[in-house]
Design a protein around this ligand. Structure first.
Ligand SMILES: [Zn+2]
Ligand SMILES: [Zn+2]
Length: 394
């Protein structure tokens, strides 16, 4: 039996158990950093499978590390398992969870009799918590040659372009007044909020097609007869690269500041949490993944896919990384982050696609571990595209 056959057989044998894990996670959606049930069922399974499991790894109670193999190059495969508020697993992270586990189980079988190590990283809080940035800060990728993860979507893309992202909170401070009796005594923080929002809308004509600025009002006053003394909004600011994001951020701030100036309000800005970088996909590694997907009967396009962000981008600044999007049967009008996509992520067809993706990731990882010339090409491509590798936010 060839190593690829061993990989495929191991993933096929695990498929029923993976299906149960996927549905278990899907029916217990948990938010950022609260994925205790998913963490518990996934680590229990990996324990049973004989992996060396560390629960609550890297300072995060819902992160884990599972290791198998010995010596040689180490490759990491990643699982995500967080859900979205209100619409559950609308990003299909239950499938990402089992794609990572399946790839790890397959790769271990492929590596029998070969020097090489597989690390499965359980990565919390992709939806806004930048869990992988914490993995980076805690050293999870030290000594790792490459990292692989795959994400469900309506269409396939081996090397999707995703945006760098940072969240911005803006607050306006004014002064209350009776809105009919003495409005001239008020300083209207709602006017500041609206004027700032409109200034951002005007800015949109002058930003790049790959930039995105979108926000919601979180605090907009309490009663029509009180001039609001406090308002606030949350914005996401995104660009094609970290460098372009750094250019866009002060423009957005200036637009929002103008609203405060117009209404006479003090303005406070908070850049919230850790930034998400753009994704630098490793071409030789993506090439191996595509070749294996084709062999497995699911040819992958290289069409770029824009308009989202992932903390796997941060990982791609640290070591050679791929994060292909894989299509699952769904209505393309109801893609990720919609309730119909939640249903699509639970279907048998989506599971079958995920199993094949797990095999292709395991095979590509096996190639990197066992083919020194491929490993060299992977490293070279990484260094050519990430000139200063390391923690992108340091
Ligand atoms: Zn998502
Ligand atoms: Zn997602």
């Amino acid at each position: 039996m060839t190593p690829y056959e061993r990989i495929d057989r191991a993933v096929d044998e695990a498929s029923d158990a993976l299906r149960r894990l996927s549905l278990e996670i899907h029916s217990h959606p948990e938010l950022n950093f609260e994925e205790h049930h998913a963490h518990s069922v996934l680590t229990e399974y990996l324990d049973e499978q004989g992996f060396e499991v560390v629960r609550g790894a890297y300072t995060m109670p819902t992160a884990f590390k599972a290791v198998a193999g010995n010596g040689g190059p180490t490759v990491a495969v990643l699982s995500e398992y967080d859900a979205l508020p209100g619409i559950g697993h609308a990003c299909g992270h239950n499938l990402i969870a089992i794609a990572g586990i399946g790839a790890g189980v397959g790769l271990r079988a492929g590596l029998e009799g070969v020097e090489g190590t597989v690390v499965i990283l359980g990565s919390p809080a992709e939806e806004g918590g930048a869990g992988k940035q914490i993995l980076i800060e805690q050293g999870a990728f030290e000594g790792v040659a490459a990292a692989l993860m795959a994400h469900p979507s309506p269409a396939d893309s081996a090397t999707p372009k995703v945006q760098a992202l940072q969240s911005l909170r803006v607050e306006y401070f004014g002064r209350n007044a009776h809105a009919a009796a003495m409005p001239w005594n008020g300083v209207n923080a709602l006017d500041a909020l609206v004027a700032g929002y409109n200034a951002v809308s005007m800015l949109r004509q002058q930003i790049k097609p790959t930039d995105r600025v979108h926000g919601i009002f979180t605090d907009a006053g309490v009663k029509p007869n009180i001039i609001p003394d406090y308002t606030a909004a949350d914005y996401y600011v995104r660009s094609a690269t970290m460098a372009e994001l750094d250019e866009l951020k002060p423009k957005v701030q200036a637009a929002l500041e103008s609203g405060g100036m117009a209404a006479g309000c003090r303005v406070e800005f908070t850049w919230v949490g850790r930034a998400y970088t753009d994704l630098v996909s490793n071409d030789p590694l993506a090439g191996r993944y595509c070749a294996h997907m084709e062999e497995l009967g699911l040819p992958v396009g290289k069409i770029p896919w824009f308009g989202a962000s992932t903390d796997m981008g941060n990982v791609s600044y640290v070591l050679p990384t791929i994060h292909p999007m894989f299509g699952i049967p769904c209505d393309p009008m109801n893609a990720n982050h919609t309730a119909p996509f939640t249903q699509a992520a639970a279907t048998e067809e989506a599971h079958e696609r995920t199993v094949r993706v797990a095999k292709a990731m395991a095979r590509a990882a096996y190639d990197v571990i066992t083919q020194p010339e491929l490993l060299a090409a992977v490293k070279q491509d990484f260094l050519a595209n990430v000139p200063n590798p390391g923690d992108p936010l340091r």
